[in-house]
Design a protein around this ligand. Structure first.
Ligand code: UD1
Length: 432
């Protein structure tokens, strides 16, 4: 398994191009299953999760070509296998997003249950309830969801008990080919859900209320092809912003969308970081200043994203004063806490909240990545800590950060990958 060796203490300075959003690209690739015409996606990041999704769709019978870097043409005209197997679903939970499209277009789908994961139980009951409300017959057998419907799914009035990004995406995709009108109440409003809805519209779907918590879909008999550009990754942009802030540096995030990052920007400003929109994106500056403590509670969009919680904690570990971080989206999403503590952070748990007593500086150590965002939180801590930190199990980072070392090195970071034994991707574990 590869590891990263980071010599911290160097302020990041320079420009970082923001990649397309992983969490938008994955559902968008699944949307290709809804049509027998080609869906072409551009600005797709080159990541382990995208490769897993290509494998999954490929085994369903989707023909995928890559005519230019970051451009994928997905042709689902010859899909003939409706099973998403355990080996793939277990490595990437977003695989369950094939369920709605397969069921809606072909009337049948068999998808492995994703199982437990590193950041909480993460059930899929909301996905299944929504599809059942549209007339699907769902059975759980041998670790698989067996879903079927005779004829088309039927439009329905659905209220989600809890806001779920994935359940909203599965339901909205299924509804595009259902008979009649589907209304999704308490739907997720995340930018990635909005991006999916825009692509569905470009394919000929009728989707209203995009960006609100009520989505109304008028089912159509067939969807066509489209060309769609994946939105910029707001979490990747926020991650590099946190790295710049924690190292006392200054970076311009090319392509970052400030309008999609309001809660994160507000927290950075409270911490004393200068954040400004530029013609190319966003500039983030914290030269020679100790950060101020900030309390953060994770919430659904437009609140502070859970996927930025570990990065915020790494920043707060070296801020002046005491910060409280409360995770409300996923239970157990604090695996970075013991690892940050190994680097000298003063963190205690108080019920479901992390209480962070900022220290003047973190110390280098050997640490271990446990999931995607926890790992990148450790990278930020390592970039800030003077001396050599080794981060093990880097494959978690490869799931969601495109060219991480290259982007950071270009801004002066001293970061090196030490290759491990082959086959690391086979050991990919579940994370956000
Ligand atoms: C997506 C993102 C992930 C992000 C998360 C929350 C992708 C590929 N992943 O994950 O990076 O951290 O949104 O912003 O886009 N829940 C249920 N039942 C369900 C589904 C979800 O109880 O059927 C719960 C989950 O356990 C969690 C909460 O709802 O507590 C939110 O999860 P959800 O929004 O569904 O996350 P994902 O779509 O899995």
């Amino acid at each position: 398994m590869d590891k990263l060796v980071i010599h911290g203490g160097v302020p990041l300075r320079g420009a970082i191009p923001v990649s397309g959003a992983k969490n938008a690209a994955l559902p968008l690739m699944c949307a290709a299953l809804l049509s027998d015409s080609t869906l072409t996606l551009s600005n797709v990041p080159e990541l382990a999760d995208i490769r897993t999704m290509k494998k999954l769709l490929g085994q369903h019978g989707v023909r995928i070509t890559n005519p230019a870097p970051g451009v994928y043409a997905l042709d689902a005209a010859a899909v003939d296998n409706f099973t998403a197997p355990y080996e793939l679903v277990r490595t990437m939970r977003a695989s369950v997003l094939v369920l709605g499209p397969l069921l809606s277009r072909f009337g049948a789908a068999k998808v492995s249950l994703p199982g437990g994961c590193a950041i909480g139980t993460r059930p899929i009951d909301l996905h299944l309830k929504a599809l059942a409300a549209m007339g699907a017959v769902i059975e759980l057998k041998d670790g698989y969801v067996h879903a079927a419907c005779s004829g088309r799914l039927k439009g329905a009035e659905i209220t989600f008990d809890k806001v779920s990004v994935g359940a909203t995406e599965n339901a909205v995709m299924a509804a595009t080919l259902a008979e009649g009108k589907t209304t999704l109440h308490n739907a997720a409003r995340e930018p990635e859900v909005q991006d999916l809805c825009q692509a569905l519209k470009a394919m000929g779907a009728s989707v209203h209320g995009i960006g609100t918590s009520t989505l109304v879909v008028e089912g159509v008999k067939r969807l066509g092809g489209a060309w769609h550009t994946v939105i910029a990754d707001r979490i990747e942009a926020g991650t590099y912003a946190a790295a710049a802030a924690a190292t006392g540096g200054e970076v311009e995030l090319i392509g970052a969308r400030a309008d999609l990052m309001q809660a994160v920007i507000a927290a950075f400003i409270r911490a004393g970081v200068e954040v400004k929109e530029t013609p190319r994106g966003l500039s983030v500056r914290n030269t020679c200043k100790r950060l101020r403590s900030v309390d953060v509670t994770t919430e659904v969009y437009p609140g502070f994203p859970t996927d930025m919680q570990a990065q915020a904690m790494a920043m707060m570990a070296i801020a002046e004063g005491v910060s409280r971080i409360s995770e409300t989206i996923f239970e157990n999403r604090y695996m970075h806490v013991p690892e940050l503590s190994r680097m000298g952070a003063g963190i205690t748990m108080d019920g479901g909240e992390a209480v962070i007593h900022g220290v003047a500086e973190l110390k280098p150590a050997e640490v271990m990545a446990t999931d995607l965002r926890a790992s990148v939180g450790l990278v930020i801590a390592a970039l800030a800590a003077r001396g050599e930190t080794t981060l093990h199990r880097v494959y978690h980072l490869d799931r969601g950060y495109e060219r991480l070392e290259e982007k950071l090195s270009a801004c002066g970071a001293r970061i090196e990958r030490v290759p491990g034994t082959a086959g690391a991707e086979d050991r990919l574990e579940e994370a956000a």
